[in-house]
Design a protein around this ligand. Structure first.
Ligand SMILES: Cc1cc2nc3c(=O)[nH]c(=O)nc-3n(C[C@H](O)[C@H](O)[C@H](O)COP(=O)(O)OP(=O)(O)OC[C@H]3O[C@@H](n4cnc5c(N)ncnc54)[C@H](O)[C@@H]3O)c2cc1C
Length: 425
C-alpha cells in the first residue's frame, strides 16, 4: 500500500492564538459518596455511564424526585473518540437541560462552515446553529449538573453484572479495590459502545452488521495546521471518513470512522488517517504522525431498548455512523425520552412508603417515543453511510454542490437538519 508523505502541510506561521484567553481546564467532578455508602441505599434508578445520555437521564430523574445513582468507570473530565461537533438539535437539547448559552457558559465555539472533500474535490458549506466543544468540558458539565439536581455520582466504578428478580435489580460493581453489589428498582445502561453488560448471567448479543466501521480519534496541539475556530473539515475516502475541528482550548480534535479490514493491515492508525485525508484532497496536520489514537468498538449496532426494569439509551441502544455529527444530540434526546418514560411508569399508589416502577408502562412509552423520533433518522443516517462508501459519488455530489449552491444547501439540510446558506469557492 502506498502511504502519503506525512508532512503535506507547508508549515504556516504560528496561528495567532491568544493563549491567555483560553479557558481553564474543567475541574474534576467529585464523587458524592463512597462505593460502600452506595451499597447501603436502595436506589430508584442506577444509571451506568456519565456520558451525555447517562448524565441527562440522571439529572432529569433526580429533578423528578427519584433517588438516582450515576456510575462511571472513569473520572471526569475524560476525553472520548468523538468529532466534538454538537448539532443544532444537540444545542437545543442542552438548552432544555438549562445550558442556555453553551458559548458563554462552556466556551463552545459556534460552527460556521464545513469544508467537505472527496476524490480531490472540495466544497465549502456554511453551517448554522451547531457548536464545537471538547468532550472533557461537555461531559464534566453535564455530570456536575446531574449532581446539582440531586443525583449521586460514583466515578472509577465499573458495572460488571446485572441480576433481575421479582424484588428488583442487583448490580455488581467493581472499583480499584473491591467488588460490591447494590440494589435498585431499575437500571439505565448508558454505557456507550462499551461491551454489552451481563444480565442474569448471559451477555446480550449485539447485532453488528459486517460492514460496520470502527471509530478512531485523538486531540492534540498543532499550531502549524491552518484551521479556523468554527470550521469543520470532513474528508471522505475509500476506507472511511475523517473530521477535524478546533476545540475551545486550541487543540485539534480528529475523529474518523474506518473500515475494520484496513486496520488488519500493517499500516499504523496514524498512517491510515493521513492517507484518508490525503486521498480526499485535504492537508494533513504535521503532528498527526506523533499522536496516540484511541479506538472504539464497531459503530453500527442495535440492542433491545428494554429488558424488564433494565433500559438502554444513547449509543448503548442503537448507533449509526457518525458522519452527520448527531450522536450527542441523539444521546440527549434519548435521555429525555427515557426519563419521561420512567417518570410515567412511577406508581405512587403503593401501600409501602416507597414508589414502585411499572416496567411495562416504561417500556411502552420508551419504545414508542424512540420509534417516533429516532428510527427515521437512524435509517436516513444508514442510507447516508452507504453513499459515503463511494468517494467518487461524494466527489460528484461536491461538483453539483459547487455548480448549484441550492442543491448543496438542500444536501446539508437533509444530512444534518441544518439551516444554512450555501456558497462555493
Ligand atoms: C469517530 C466518532 C466521531 C463522532 N463524532 C461526533 C460528533 O462530531 N458529534 C456528535 O454529536 N457525536 C459524535 N459521535 C457520537 C458521540 O460520540 C456519541 O453518540 C455520544 O458520545 C453518545 O453518548 P452516550 O452517553 O450514549 O455514550 P458515551 O458518551 O460513550 O458515554 C458512555 C459512558 O459510559 C461509561 N461506561 C462504559 N461502560 C461502563 C461500565 N461497564 N460501567 C461504568 N461506566 C461505563 C464510559 O466511561 C462513558 O463515560 C462520534 C462518535 C465517533 C465514534
Amino acid at each position: 500500500m502506498m502511504h502519503p508523505p506525512l508532512f503535506l502541510d507547508t508549515p504556516s506561521p504560528r496561528r495567532a492564538c491568544a493563549s491567555d484567553d483560553l479557558p481553564a481546564k474543567p475541574s474534576e467532578v467529585p464523587a458524592t459518596l463512597t462505593c460502600y455508602e452506595a451499597t447501603q441505599r436502595h436506589w430508584h434508578t442506577v444509571v451506568i455511564g456519565a456520558g451525555p445520555t447517562g448524565s441527562s437521564v440522571a439529572m432529569r430523574l433526580a429533578r423528578a424526585g427519584l433517588r438516582v445513582l450515576l456510575i462511571d468507570r472513569d473520572t471526569l473530565p475524560r476525553g472520548k473518540v468523538c468529532g466534538c461537533c454538537i448539532s443544532p438539535q444537540g444545542v437545543s437539547e442542552l438548552r432544555l437541560l438549562g445550558f442556555s448559552s453553551i458559548e458563554e457558559s462552556l466556551h463552545a465555539t459556534p460552527l460556521h462552515s464545513l469544508v467537505l472533500s472527496a476524490a480531490g474535490k472540495q466544497v465549502h458549506l456554511p453551517l448554522l446553529g451547531g457548536a464545537a466543544l471538547s468532550r472533557e468540558r461537555l461531559d464534566a458539565a453535564l455530570a456536575t449538573a446531574a449532581t446539582r439536581a440531586g443525583a449521586d455520582f460514583l466515578p472509577k466504578t465499573t458495572l460488571t453484572q446485572i441480576d433481575q428478580s421479582n424484588v428488583g435489580v442487583r448490580c455488581t460493581l467493581r472499583d480499584q479495590e473491591s467488588t460490591a453489589t447494590l440494589s435498585a428498582m431499575s437500571v439505565v445502561i448508558a454505557a456507550g459502545l462499551a461491551p454489552a453488560i451481563r444480565i442474569n448471567g448471559s451477555r446480550q448479543i449485539r447485532s453488528v452488521p459486517v460492514s460496520s466501521r470502527v471509530g478512531l480519534g485523538a486531540t492534540f496541539y498543532d499550531d502549524t495546521f491552518d484551521l479556523e475556530p468554527g470550521q469543520l473539515l470532513m474528508a471522505v475516502a475509500r476506507h472511511g471518513y475523517v473530521g477535524i475541528v478546533r476545540l475551545e482550548d486550541d487543540r485539534l480534535d480528529i475523529a474518523a470512522a474506518v473500515d475494520r479490514s484496513v486496520l488488519a493491515g500493517s499500516a499504523t492508525t496514524n498512517h491510515i488517517l493521513s492517507e484518508m485525508l490525503y486521498e480526499a484532497g485535504h492537508r494533513v496536520p504535521n503532528e498527526l504522525a506523533h499522536v496516540v489514537l484511541s479506538g472504539t468498538a464497531a459503530l453500527t449496532h442495535r440492542s433491545p431498548l428494554a429488558d424488564g426494569l433494565v433500559f438502554r439509551a444513547g449509543d448503548s441502544a442503537a448507533y449509526a455512523e457518525p458522519f452527520t455529527g448527531e450522536g450527542i444530540g441523539w444521546a440527549l434526546q434519548s435521555g429525555r425520552f427515557l426519563s419521561q418514560a420512567i417518570v410515567q411508569g412511577v406508581d405512587r399508589s403503593s401501600t409501602t412508603s416507597d414508589i414502585r416502577l411499572n416496567a411495562a408502562t416504561i417500556a411502552a412509552h420508551w419504545q414508542s417515543s424512540h420509534n417516533r423520533a429516532l428510527r427515521g433518522r437512524l435509517f436516513q443516517c444508514r442510507v447516508l453511510s452507504i453513499a459515503l462508501r463511494q468517494p467518487s459519488l461524494v466527489g460528484m455530489f461536491i461538483r453539483f454542490m459547487n455548480a448549484w449552491p441550492a442543491f448543496g444547501k438542500q444536501c446539508v439540510r437533509l444530512a444534518v437538519a441544518n439551516d444554512c446558506e450555501t456558497f462555493t469557492t
